[in-house]
Design a protein around this ligand. Structure first.
Ligand code: ARG
Length: 473
């Protein structure tokens, strides 16, 4: 057992207590962040004359060495330490002796862990944004390809009006675009550095918190040291953004599962993204979509768990907050896996355009357009609605579609109906004439696609400049 705080204790910690209290099994993920935080801290301590430059240099080099040795497998993070912070400090002292004991000057594990968690979440938030961008690119390409792929649109899961696959996919483009922006909002609010808050009341050393914030790429230091160590709002906001991503993925998954079903047959999931049944040889199951739908529960669970953990916590740091890590890590891993796999599944889907178009043609999806035809001929909409209702009833009786009625039959409904009716209620006209901004008509879609492209170009540009900035450092 290796802990940082033995001095005041006259008895060894009970083994069970030690295990219950320890966080090393999961916070070892923070090694990189912990070391980055410590390097910034000692750099600042030296600049402030609290450590000598030589001491800071020795500590920095040794910290870098610890990171490299763990990354290359030369050094193992042993679970005998209480947490990653203890592991780093003890290894440092082991390697450089007394100088290592100066690392924790003017710092507490409370501001240290608050910083590590922020650095970790900040980094993962950005890689989740990158994965969303990837999905958006995939969707954009599919939208371009399927501007003329007609399909029924549904309300209440009943065929409603015809639309295109491009338009349907465009709805998901909007959801993921909002998810991307939402993560950006979280980033903007969270990007302030808690380091230097100490246990909760700052320290009597003359720390330069602006410098550590700058070294760690934050907008600036947090303004209240009590809040700094006890704030996990950003974790909750982040988990809430992740929950929405999962909610969107689960809705999309559900549609793919439906479309892949024997009843719909709109889509064929690639063999590489399906699995079989151990008993039914004919089965090809949409497991990736189902798992994505199912894993939503874990991420919502993480959000609920953190909201509940933080509820009623008095200021400032409480050990309850150690519970932030496992659920957040699990949510991050889940969302990343789901986005990655979902993107692969999307890219390899094959759509049965003929089945989709046929499906759009039955189920009276052109009934609204038939009513609109009558309106254009001078009949008030409410009357037109009733007349087309009667027309549909007639079709149900005859087991045919609206456009299969003869002109004679149509005229029995209304005298104003002429030959041009057939063209007006054709699938192509019904879709292409829907030109309201945001609607499925091709021209309307092309305007939105241009905006989507501009949006993606901006992401890509931001991403490139961030990468270049990193290279320059
Ligand atoms: N493992 C702890 C956590 O995750 C680190 C902070 C410990 N601070 C303390 N005062 N015991 O929150």
């Amino acid at each position: 057992m290796a802990q940082l705080w033995g001095g005041r204790f006259s008895k060894e910690t009970d083994d069970l207590v030690y295990g219950f209290n320890a966080s090393i099994s999961f916070d070892k993920r923070f090694l990189k962040q912990d070391i980055a935080g410590s390097i910034a801290h000692v750099t600042m301590l030296a600049k402030q004359g609290i450590l000598t430059d030589a001491e800071a240099g020795t500590i920095r080099e040794a910290l870098q060495g610890i990171l490299t040795d763990v990354e290359t497998g030369k050094l193992e993070i042993s679970d005998t330490f209480e947490d990653v912070h203890s592991f780093v400090e003890a290894t440092l002292i082991d390697r450089i002796g007394d100088t290592g004991k100066k690392l924790h000057t003017g710092r507490s594990r409370n501001d240290q862990v608050a910083l590590d968690m922020k650095l970790y979440v900040r980094e993962e938030l950005q890689s989740i944004q990158d994965l969303i961008t990837q999905v958006l690119h995939t969707l954009y390409e599919m939208m371009q390809e399927h501007l003329d792929t007609y399909m029924p649109g549904f309300t209440h899961l009943q065929k409603a009006q015809p639309t295109t696959l491009s338009h349907h996919l465009g709805a998901y483009f909007e959801m993921f675009r909002r998810d991307h922006n939402r993560l950006r909002d979280v980033y903007e609010r969270m990007n302030y550095c808690p380091l230097g808050a100490g246990a909760f009341a700052g320290t009597t050393y003359k720390l330069d918190r602006d410098l550590t914030a700058e070294l760690l790429d934050f907008y600036g230091p947090t303004l209240n040291s009590m809040d700094s160590v006890s704030d996990r709002d950003y974790v909750i906001e982040f988990l809430s953004a992740l929950s929405l991503i999962m909610m969107h993925l689960s809705r999309f998954s559900e549609e793919i599962i439906l479309w892949n079903s024997n009843e719909y047959r709109f889509v064929e999931i690639d063999d590489a993204y399906s699995t079989g049944s151990s008993i039914m040889p004919q089965k090809k199951n949409p497991d990736i979509a189902e798992l994505t739908r199912g894993k939503c529960g874990r991420v919502y669970g993480a959000l609920m768990s953190m909201l509940t953990t933080m509820k009623g916590l008095p200021l400032a740091y409480n050990k309850d907050m150690q519970e932030d890590k496992e659920v957040t890590f699990d949510a991050i891993d889940t969302v990343k896996d789901c986005l990655l796999l979902f993107d692969g599944m999307l890219k390899t889907l094959t759509f049965r355009k003929d089945v989709m178009a046929r499906s759009a043609m039955n189920g009276f999806t052109n009934a609204t357009d038939a009513a609109d035809y009558l309106v254009k001929k001078g009949i008030p909409f409410r009357d037109a609605h009733r007349m087309i209702g009667e027309m549909v009833l007639k079709c149900i009786d005859k087991e045919c579609s609206i456009e299969q009625l003869t002109l004679q039959e149509l005229k029995e409904i209304s005298e104003v109906i002429g030959d041009d009716f057939y063209e007006a209620v054709s699938l192509k006209t019904c879709v292409e004439n829907r030109l309201t901004f945001g609607a499925p008509g091709k021209e309307a879609m092309q305007v939105v696609l241009k905006l989507n492209k501009a949006f993606l170009d901006r992401f890509d540009q931001d991403h490139k400049s961030k990468k270049e900035e990193k290279k320059d450092e």
